[in-house]
Write a protein of this length. Structure first.
Length: 198
């Protein structure tokens, strides 16, 4: 991995620190740009990251687009919904970046001082039959059984901090047993049902 970690000494002024972190972020965005095959997608992805890091009151498609200089959210929505880019390649890059950045030299909470993998799920309220994985299911996030999607998130934690680095959408049995419905939602045929750990 080529990307330098965003690590700035504490003995600089706030302005110097902000400029250094800004420069490092731009270098990181250049390296991550390889996951996006076209220049417009690289530009929109970088604008999306900058918007997510910005002090915006809301971070939805409209605000991210406006922060990135677009008058409407269609470009951001295209990036996140229909554009062809390598999500798994980006996930792998982020995973390597997180593990390297949170390396605490073996003084962490895991066995032998290693970091620990934290897996948790969260529910997203959602109605309808077309969105992948939507079903009446229990979610602690919403406090009961509701029509929702369940996202399973993986994070890496050490004594230096923690960060998310992977995600999957949980598919209930009513979805995986209906291949036509899965195909309509662009879920590959090889994706099958898996029980959740208790």
């Amino acid at each position: 991995m080529q990307a330098k970690l965003l690590d700035v000494p504490l003995d600089v002024t706030d302005l110097e620190r902000a400029e250094e972190v800004g420069d490092q972020l731009e270098l990181l965005l250049l390296e991550v740009g390889g996951c996006f095959p076209r220049a417009d997608l690289r530009r929109r992805a970088a604008a999306c990251v900058r918007g997510l890091l910005a002090p915006l009151s809301r971070k939805n498609g409209w605000q991210l687009a406006e922060y990135g200089g677009d008058a409407e959210p269609w470009g951001q929505q295209h990036l996140l919904d229909r554009a062809r880019w390598e999500a798994d390649e980006l996930r792998d890059f982020v995973r390597r970046y997180v593990v390297a950045g949170l390396n605490d030299g073996g003084s962490g909470p895991g066995p032998g001082g290693a970091g620990v993998l934290v897996v948790d799920e969260t529910g997203f309220a959602k109605k309808g039959r077309a969105s992948a994985g939507v079903a009446r299911q229990f979610t602690g996030t919403l406090g009961g059984v509701f029509p929702c999607q369940i996202g399973v998130m993986a994070a890496w934690a050490t004594s230096r901090g923690q960060a998310l680095f992977d995600r999957e959408l949980y598919l209930p049995k009513e979805w995986t047993s209906d291949r036509a419905r899965c195909r309509a939602a662009h879920i590959p045929d090889e994706v099958g049902f898996a029980t959740k750990p208790p």
